[in-house]
Design a protein. Structure first.
Length: 115
């Protein structure tokens, strides 16, 4: 990691040769991705802090970031638009609520349309 030192700011130096610095991320267990039929996804539209542009927000995903990114890539490809995935949410550019709910239900997810 090139920015590993940033995580250790404020840590006191140790002279113990066997000392290993452990972060909270190292102690946390990896989250297992729930099966699609157990996921409860909410598809809504968001306009806040985006300069008036609309984005479709898919929230409620429980699982690994890699699985979230794979689902986001599938949705972006099928809708033909850009977007991103982070912090358990998928952002799709534009208003695609109905299309995304149809795609998610065809993939086996329990998805409902929000606002």
């Amino acid at each position: 990691m090139s920015n590993d030192w940033k995580n250790r700011l404020g840590v006191v130096y140790s002279t113990n040769p066997d000392f290993k610095y452990v972060t909270a991320d190292d102690l946390a267990e990896p989250i297992e991705t729930l099966a699609p039929e157990r996921q409860k996804l909410v598809v809504s539209i968001d306009r806040r802090n985006r300069g008036g542009k609309q984005v479709t927000l898919v929230s409620g995903f429980v699982g690994r970031e890699g699985d979230l990114a794979a689902l986001a890539k599938t949705l972006k490809t099928r809708c033909g638009v850009g977007g991103s995935a982070k912090d358990g949410e998928i952002l799709i550019q534009g208003d695609f609520r109905d299309r995304i709910v149809d795609i998610l239900t065809s993939l086996g997810f329990r998805a409902k349309r929000g606002n």
